[in-house]
Design a binder for this molecule. Structure first.
Ligand code: HEM
Length: 421
């Protein structure tokens, strides 16, 4: 599985190697959204593991969809680098390009490289590492109960807006030591940003401003929280670095967790293996969470890496400064690691959903995310044992994004019940 991908350095770069001049596929559009796994299969058959594509606005990129190739790219940051300022297409990118928020440079850990990245990412990992997982589980359960209390008596709910999105944010807000009065504003700004609604840019600025106020508050009143630990870390972060990384952690954590919860609840409510009875469902939450990471991972495709020098990858010639899009979901379904499309992956943790290598989702974030998401799904099933989808499973709408896979909404019904307290 970890056999190196066929990548070799090359100084001989022909113009034909540029994705703009090759046989390219659009990495957007309705087909992509309808059935991405079918499309990955076709792409793999026709183009192999590294596919020349164009992003919205006809911007060329390489779409890496083979497990070995994704693994190889992520294992060699000196060749496939993270700083987006290396991109050879910046002159062609309009100021209002819709993907700018994903690739535009920010002074955060995300785009740092080498020693600088190790210093910054180390501060995040150190500060997450001391989070007590039992305490996190208790906080997550308490927040889950409070959110369910708000709709339990109605007998119906829209679980994305009322549960899956707010729950991780509220847990993170407590982990950050955010004053309670700030939480509703942060939740509102995060939802506007995530949904790309009108005002998304202002909302993003709102998140930055909240983090600035939080840092000022913690300077006066330090606490046993993530932000205070980041401020005191030996990485000695500047204020600009600190705020950029607090915004990064908040935004990098909230949406994948919301979609992980939503996709898992959807699976358990629509697949007989999970929905036969409640007791069976409750026991198999961990299995459903794991299956979602393999089959319907929230982090489908990731932007990206930039070639630091000319290189061959998967039979393609990559030029210096070319953009590579990481096909994490496609790698997870690569027949070279999953011989039978329906072979169960339960127990196997080798999926690419948290990425791999230096810039992977930082340890122990995946473990903390699992604690939060598992508590969210278990408490929901405990509190609403007869919960059912309120629409036909085929009518559930996936968010129109090539990058993240999650539901627009998840309407459910259940027998009205009393509040928990
Ligand atoms: C407590 C929850 C989480 C936290 C605090 C967190 C934090 C982060 C941070 C700070 C990064 C940037 C790392 C870097 O560039 O060095 C990151 C990257 C990433 N995270 Fe997470 N995350 C969380 C949950 C998740 C979940 C639930 C998923 C997917 C199911 C996920 C998938 C990823 C991926 C794919 C990357 C990109 C790594 C790359 O560039 O290769 N994260 N995360």
């Amino acid at each position: 599985m970890t056999e190196p991908a066929p990548a070799t350095a090359s100084a001989d770069v022909s113009p034909g190697g540029c994705p703009a001049h090759a046989d390219v596929l659009p990495l957007y559009g309705p087909r992509f959204l309808r059935n991405p796994s079918e499309l990955y299969r076709e792409m793999r058959q026709e183009h192999g593991s590294v596919v020349p594509v164009v992003l919205e606005g006809d911007i060329p990129a390489w779409f890496v969809i083979g497990y070995r190739e994704v693994h190889h790219v992520l294992s060699h940051p000196e060749v496939f680098a993270r700083d987006c300022r290396r991109w050879n297409e910046w002159d062609n990118i309009p100021p209002d390009w819709p993907l700018r928020p994903f690739v535009g440079y920010q002074p955060s850990t995300l785009f740092a490289e080498g020693d600088e990245h190790r210093r910054r990412a180390g501060a995040i990992s150190n500060s997450l590492f001391v989070v007590d997982q039992f305490d996190l589980r208790n906080k997550s359960e308490k927040i889950a109960d409070e959110l369910i209390d708000a709709f339990a008596m109605r007998g119906e709910a829209e679980l994305m807006a009322e549960y899956a999105h707010p729950l991780p944010l509220l847990v993170l807000a407590r982990m950050f030591g955010l004053p309670e009065a700030e939480t509703p504003g942060l939740l509102r700004d995060m939802m506007t940003t995530v949904n790309g609604d009108e005002g998304a840019l202002d909302a993003y600025q709102g998140i930055c401003a909240t983090m600035e106020r939080l840092v000022a508050h913690k300077a006066e009143q330090p606490g046993a929280d993530f932000v205070t630990r980041m401020m005191n870390d030996s990485a000695d972060l500047t204020e600009e670095e600190l705020i950029a990384d607090l915004v990064l952690v908040m935004t990098a954590a909230q949406q994948p967790m919301a979609y992980w919860i939503g996709n898992t609840v959807r699976l358990m409510l629509t697949d007989d293996r999970f929905s036969l009875n409640l007791a069976g469902g409750r026991r198999s939450v961990g299995q459903a969470l794991n299956e979602v990471l393999w089959e319907d991972t929230p982090t489908q495709n990731y932007l990206g890496r930039w070639a630091a020098r000319p290189v061959h990858l998967g039979g393609q010639q990559i030029n210096t400064g070319d953009l590579l899009v990481l096909g994490l979901a496609a790698a997870n379904s690569d027949p070279r690691v999953r011989p039978a499309a329906d072979a169960p992956a339960v127990g196997n943790q080798a999926m690419m959903s948290f990425s791999y290598g230096e810039h992977r989702c930082p340890f122990p974030a995946p473990e903390l995310a699992e604690v939060i998401c598992e508590a969210a799904v278990e408490v929901l099933l405990d509190r609403l044992p007869d919960v059912l989808l309120a629409v036909d499973p085929g009518d559930l709408e996936w968010s129109p994004s090539v990058w993240m896979r999650g539901l627009v909404d998840l309407p459910v019904r259940f027998a009205p019940s009393y509040v928990s307290g």
